[in-house]
Each structure stands twice: as C-alpha cells, then as structure tokens.
Ligand binder design. Structure first.
Ligand SMILES: [Zn+2]
Ligand SMILES: [Zn+2]
Length: 265
C-alpha cells in the first residue's frame, strides 16, 4: 500500500529539529514523491498548561504557528498542507499538555504516550514499570477532556531513546492490556500512527519474520479492535525526504488497506 499522507513532520522550529528542516523543501520533495498531503507537527506544550519541562517552555502554540509565515511564501500547488503539532503528554495533570483554546486552532494533533525520556523520571530500567507508564499515559490521553482533538497516538509504545531493545518492552505488555488500550482508542475515534521507528529493523525480513517481530502483535490487535491509522515519517530534516517501502510492506502484511487510514484532506 502506498501511504498518501505524512502528518508527522518536524521543522527547524522544533528544538530537536535540524536547520535543514525547511517547510518549502519538504513540500517540494513530497510533491515529487506523490504525497497528496503533508502535515507539520512540531513539538508543543501549550503555555496555558502549567508544569512544562524547560525543554518545552519555548515550544508553545505561537512558536509552532510561525511556520505559517513560511507557508505563506511557499509553492504549495498540487499538494495539501496542514499545520498541527506533536503535543506532549502531561504526567503532572495526567492529561494532554494543551488547553481547548489552542487545540481548536490546530488542523490535527498527535500525542505520544512514549516520550518517556522526557516525561517519565526514574524506573525506566524496570521494563514492567516503564511499560506501565506508557499504558497509563495511553489511557490518560484517550480519556482527556480534549480527546476529540487528538488525531492519533504518535509512535505508540515506542519509547524514545530507550536504553534497551524495544522488544523487551513489548514483551512485558499483555494482549489484554493492548486490547484495552486499542478498544478505547477505537471508541474515541483516535487513530494509531505508523512511524518508521516501528520497523527500524525489518530491512530484508521475510513476511514470517516480520510477523514475529517487534510491534506486529500490537498493530494486529489495534486492527482487530477497529482502530484506524495514520502515517508519520517523524522526519526532523528535509534533506533526502523519502518514502518508506519497508513500512508500506509491514502494513501490507498486516492486511490493512487505504480505508483503514484516516485522511485529513
Ligand atoms: Zn515523538
Ligand atoms: Zn515527532
């Protein structure tokens, strides 16, 4: 299956973005690669929500909306452009770090349950404690008062900068725990993101090996629960922006079709 919409792109406005994360460069290449839509999703913590970690303080709504100045001057013919964000999960309030006034201004919103390197202090070495944090974050996001603004969970259960293999985390999460999460997400109409980080090591794997690999079980359960999906490259630079044939293969092996994907056109 060919993925048509990439709605998880960081620009240089993200503190972790590269200087080459230039909107016009992404747009030009995305058009050549036959994407019909791309969405900019810089990191955000809404200033209206207290308790932002220092790293997030400058990355508020006004900051990420600076992209609109660049977009006003860019050649956007032949491709749809959206401005959303990757909004942080707020452990202190057990909610999404956004107030409704800001959420309502975004074209879409991604929220990760797995930025554990930022939001979860202590206990990452204990796989089960680490996994439980992400399970709790997932439910907090789905149950948020602003859940209706959430387009998708970004890179679900893929703990960023995890000090050990992701599979060790996957293995301590039960099927039932995944069913509970994904049933809740499906009922809330919240999508589940496919992100290249989920298939980082499939490379030349056979279909069979892929089905035994990291994340296949999780996405199978999400599908069974009736979830719909989004795609996000999670790129931080526009240099050599590309397609992801391995991820598209992974999605084919899962048996998903274009109808399983949320379109924000
Ligand atoms: Zn992320
Ligand atoms: Zn991201």
């Amino acid at each position: 299956m060919i993925l048509r919409e990439d709605i998880h792109i960081h620009t240089r406005l993200s503190s972790c973005g590269k200087p080459e994360g230039i909107a016009a460069d992404y747009i030009r290449q995305a058009r050549e690669l036959n994407y019909r839509l791309i969405g900019f999703a810089d990191h955000m913590w809404d200033s209206a929500v207290s308790g932002a970690p220092n790293w997030y303080v400058p990355q508020n709504l006004a900051h990420i909306f600076e992209i609109k100045k660049e977009l006003a001057e860019a050649d956007t013919a032949g491709i749809e452009i959206r401005v959303g964000c990757e909004c942080e999960y707020d452990l202190g309030h057990r909610d999404i770090a956004v107030a409704e006034e800001a959420a309502a201004q975004l074209d879409f919103m991604l929220v990760p349950n797995s930025h554990t390197h930022i939001t979860f202090h202590g206990g990452r070495d204990d796989r089960r404690v680490h996994a439980q944090f992400m399970l709790r974050a997932f439910h907090d996001i789905v149950n948020s008062k602003n859940a209706k603004y959430v387009t998708a969970i970004a890179h679900p259960f893929h703990a960023v900068a995890c000090p050990y293999p992701q599979k060790e985390l996957q293995d301590v999460i039960t099927d039932k725990e995944y069913y509970d999460c994904y049933t809740a997400a499906a009922q809330a109409g919240i999508g589940i993101e496919f992100n290249p980080c989920c298939v980082g090591d499939i490379r030349e794997m056979t279909d069979e090996a892929m089905q035994n690999g990291d994340f296949f079980r999780m996405f199978s359960i999400a599908k069974e629960c009736g979830c719909r999906f989004t795609f996000g490259s999670d790129r931080h630079t526009a240099v050599n922006y590309t397609r992801y044939p391995k991820l598209e293969k992974f999605i084919d092996v899962l048996g998903l079709t274009e109808n399983d994907f949320i379109s924000i056109v």
